[in-house]
Design a protein around this ligand. Structure first.
Ligand code: GN1
Ligand code: MG
Length: 358
């Protein structure tokens, strides 16, 4: 995108200081993000995926406002580095529309960085931070919009896979038939959360729903500061945040690693994260939620494999890809990781059963 256009969009927001140089930021698969000097993050919201941008921004204002008030009440220092702040624009909203696209601006958090890996210590701190995030949002006064309805509903994701298989619009089915069969063989088992919910045994809570490690800002010492990318904050099962974080951090490789031998499960990271999470979320989790946290560690690679394969079959219409077979490589990689996590289920359950809550 032209710098001039970006500058014009930035000009519509009420900034504390005029915007200087602009450069691309981050590696999200959905939105486009830029950094503008002296410290703003400009983002184009992908409105083909997030069709209700107004509802989405209202969610974000509600969530960030609520968290900010909680941090203030707790006397937390350095609040501006712990919760995002979105700028109002000339229309009094926290987003503008320009040439059919939607844009928003937040303050860049000083001295923060994203990471691709965590240590057991930062995993423990992050687990605690996510437990706190969910705990702070437990008394959110008004319900949030589901910015993508049924976002982490496994039954829906399998229906979307079946639709993609039936259409085979990119002519790729014959190449991936074996993978589809493997996924189908476990479909019933992997829809456990939806069944428990229907039986009234599993609640929905406000979750982040995209807790991959690149959506967390750390301070240079490795301490987690702030959760970013709030587009998918919505009611979901607690499995979402627990499972998606470990999908990216307990995996010894990236989510699109082509070499299966590099993919492994880091039990130390799991243990540290679980311990941190239970230290803060332990007070509100039900026993069904708690007992099934290891299941969540297997669910998210499974769901991600189903979603990547669906997109591959649909001809790469959802995720940004860097090469022709990228979604297929991602699928195989997530599938491999899923199989590995399944082999660790017993050990994970054992750990959770003996882990203290505070
Ligand atoms: C997408 O936008 P980004 O890259 O943070 C996706 C997540 C996936 C993730 C896989 C709205 O997240 O659900 O887990 O890619 N977000 C949406 O890396 O679909
Ligand atoms: Mg995201």
């Amino acid at each position: 995108m032209e710098t001039l256009q970006l500058r014009k969009i930035l000009g519509r927001f009420r900034l504390a200081a005029p915007a200087g140089d602009i450069r691309p930021l981050g590696d999200g698969l959905i939105n486009d993000t830029y950094f503008a000097e002296p410290g703003y993050v400009l983002q184009r919201v992908n409105h083909r995926i997030f069709t209700d941008v107004d509802g989405l921004q209202r969610n974000i204002e509600q969530v960030t406002g609520h968290i900010r008030r909680k941090l203030e009440a707790a006397g937390t220092p350095d609040i501006d580095r712990r919760v995002l702040h979105f700028r109002k624009a000339d229309n009094d909203k926290t987003y503008v529309e320009a040439d059919g696209d939607f844009w928003r601006v937040s303050d860049f958090i000083e001295q923060s960085e994203t990471r691709t890996e965590v240590t057991p210590l930062s995993a423990h701190q992050t687990g605690k931070a996510f437990g706190d995030f969910e705990a702070m949002l437990i008394d959110l006064p008004a319900p949030l919009v589901e910015t993508i309805p049924d976002f982490h509903n496994m039954e829906l994701r399998l229906r979307q896979l079946r639709d993609a298989v039936a259409r085979d619009s990119a002519g790729r089915l014959s190449q991936v038939k074996g993978l589809v069969d493997d996924m189908e063989a476990l479909a019933g088992e992997m829809c456990l959360a939806e069944r428990l919910h229907r039986e009234g045994k599993l609640p929905k809570r406000v979750c982040h729903c995209d807790t991959k490690v690149s959506n967390i800002l750390f301070d240079p010492s490795g301490e987690p500061l702030c959760v970013i990318d709030l587009d998918t904050v919505m009611p979901s099962f607690v499995f979402s945040d627990f499972g998606d974080f470990l999908r990216t951090t307990a995996n010894t490789a990236a989510e699109d690693e082509p070499d299966p031998d590099k993919i492994g499960f880091d039990m130390e990271i799991f243990k540290a994260f679980a311990e941190g999470y239970l230290a803060s979320a332990g007070k509100f989790l039900t026993s069904v939620e708690r007992e099934n946290l290891p299941f969540a560690v297997t669910l998210f690679p499974y769901m991600q494999a189903v979603r990547f394969l669906t997109d591959y079959l649909n001809g790469d219409v959802y995720y940004k890809t860097s090469y022709g077979e990228h979604n297929l490589v991602r699928t195989r990689s997530q599938w491999r990781y899923f199989e590995i996590t399944r082999n660790e289920l017993g050990a994970m359950c054992d750990f959770i059963a003996h882990c203290p809550d505070n």
